[in-house]
Design a protein around this ligand. Structure first.
Ligand code: UDP
Ligand code: MG
Length: 315
């Protein structure tokens, strides 16, 4: 029997690129004739014509399936919605904007056939992305690598092929604060790397805002390591030690030279500094407490407004 492969594509306001994407996917399917190929789009609450284009495509081409979420939940949650609806032997996650070239897919499939469960694409260059974005991404991976005990694959994104074993594992991760990139590392399984040049967006503009990127970076770190808490403890210890020595020094000096009322600038600076450190430590703890609060609510991650999966469609 033919093995089945699904291409999973999250899309949020992507009407500009969808036509080009469909063309590229059609070309790709010619190269994968020996598999049952299927496309699963997750419309992440788009406000433009993305949903209409998907509906049309589904009428024309029975390989096109889609899930429409009730609002914009963000790419990470959109991916979870897609993963929850997969039934095929392998999935390939692709951005709608053609930054991940579909032409790489046959190579991924080849390695999958050799027995690898997670064939991920590492970008060796990123065209059309700002310096700040590259820099923050670099810094983020460095911190994550240093502070977590799991091996992290640097410069990789969601562009990868996952065997159904990995999909089953990812489905079980139902946390609210999602950082899928770190999940891939965390679940393990046999990994294989291939490299590619990341293209600039084919059309439209990036949907990920700065705030979201920072949020992801903090989420990624706080959900995989408690190292910042340890950092706060060590900082606190170091400062207490330093201030203890300082106090000894002041007491001894007063005993020898008698009391003096000058010196309030140094006192103020110590007070302000300690206040700042305390706030920092509280902030770090707050990040974790906030995460606990989010997770204890156990809310469903997303709601589906419309779904088209072959015969099992419903509105
Ligand atoms: N995306 C999504 N929901 C969002 C934001 C983005 O499903 O809230 C999708 C988007 O349609 C695209 C992919 O996630 O297919 C990557 O988004 P984008 O290209 O804007 O991010 P970048 O490539 O700049 O990191
Ligand atoms: Mg993009």
């Amino acid at each position: 029997m033919k093995k089945s492969i699904t291409i999973l594509i999250p899309a949020y306001n992507e009407e500009d690129v969808l036509p080009a994407l469909f063309r590229r996917l059609n070309k790709l399917s010619d190269k994968l004739k020996s598999y049952n190929l299927e496309f699963l789009f997750v419309d992440d609450g788009s406000k433009d014509r993305t949903l209409d284009l998907l509906r049309d495509a589904a009428v024309r081409d029975k390989r096109v399936n889609f899930v429409r979420l009730s609002r914009n939940f963000g790419k990470e949650t959109a991916l979870k919605a897609g993963i929850d609806h997969l039934t095929s032997d392998a999935v390939i996650i692709l951005d709608a904007d053609l930054q991940d070239p579909p032409e790489l897919v046959p190579k991924m499939v080849k390695f999958w056939q050799q027995g690898f469960d997670d064939v991920y694409a590492r970008r060796v260059s990123r065209d059309g992305e700002s310096f700040m974005k590259k820099f923050t991404s670099w810094g983020y991976f460095k911190v994550l690598k240093r502070t977590t005990k799991i091996p992290i694959q640097e410069h990789t994104g969601d562009f990868r092929l996952l065997d159904k074993k990995c999909v089953a594992a990812l489905r079980k991760l139902s946390e609210t604060n999602r950082n899928t990139k770190a999940f891939y590392s965390w679940i393990g399984f046999s990994k294989k790397e291939i490299t590619y040049r990341r293209q600039a967006r084919a059309a439209g503009k990036t949907k990920l805002r700065w705030g979201t990127l920072i949020k992801h970076a903090i989420d990624g770190i706080t959900s995989f390591t408690t190292a910042p808490l340890r950092f706060a403890t060590i900082l606190g210890l170091a400062i207490s030690l330093a201030s203890f020595i300082f106090i000894l020094f002041v007491v001894i000096r007063t005993l020898i030279h008698g009391p003096d009322t000058s010196g309030w600038p140094s006192m103020m600076s110590v007070i302000l500094f300690l206040g700042g450190v305390q706030l920092l430590a509280l902030g770090i703890i707050g990040e974790y407490v906030g995460r606990i609060f989010d997770e204890t609510k156990r809310r469903p991650l997303y709601f589906i407004e419309e779904i088209h999966l072959g015969k099992n469609s419903r509105k």
